[in-house]
Design a protein around this ligand. Structure first.
Ligand code: UDP
Ligand code: MG
Length: 139
């Protein structure tokens, strides 16, 4: 369905480091339009649900704790080829492996505290956007 949309979060480490503005500037410069956006905080239960697909992974407990440790910015973004182009813009999960100039290379603290989320498929972009935004909030 929404092949031109992806979902992102500015994660707690980047909010804490006052990098919301820098990250949104990179996103806009790369040609993404913001369709929906909110500043909010996840409970541990909500973070656990959002990352349920990782519940068997060894880092799940830490991930849930981290993602509920402070506020985040959630947004739906629009651009041709949004999912793939956004993954390119943010770089590899581990900032040590992220290409120069990518958001994670610039702003991530570590592989766990890696500044931003980006959906990995059109299907997940839709699911993740729906997790945060009601129908009237995502035109
Ligand atoms: N993560 C972690 N340790 C790992 C792999 C992932 O703490 O070894 C965290 C990290 O915050 C990552 C999130 O779990 O962004 C989801 O992992 P995924 O493999 O989906 O990476 P992403 O799609 O975010 O690049
Ligand atoms: Mg992922």
């Amino acid at each position: 369905m929404a092949t031109n949309r992806t979902f992102t979060m500015v994660k707690p480490d980047a909010v804490e480091a006052n990098n919301i503005g820098n990250i949104l500037a990179k996103i806009n410069e790369a040609g993404f339009r913001i369709v929906a956006m909110k500043y909010t905080r996840l409970s541990a239960e909500q973070a656990g649900k959002f990352y349920e697909v990782h519940s068997e992974r060894p880092f799940y407990g830490e991930l849930v704790e981290y993602m509920s440790s402070g506020p985040i910015v959630a947004a739906i973004l629009e651009k041709d080829n949004a999912v793939a182009d956004f993954r390119t813009l943010i770089g590899a999960t581990d900032p040590a492996e992220a290409a120069e100039g990518t958001i994670r290379a610039l702003y991530a603290e570590s592989k766990a505290k890696n500044a931003v989320h980006g959906s990995d498929s059109d299907e997940n972009a839709e699911i993740e956007g729906n997790f945060f935004f009601s129908q009237v909030e995502r035109p």
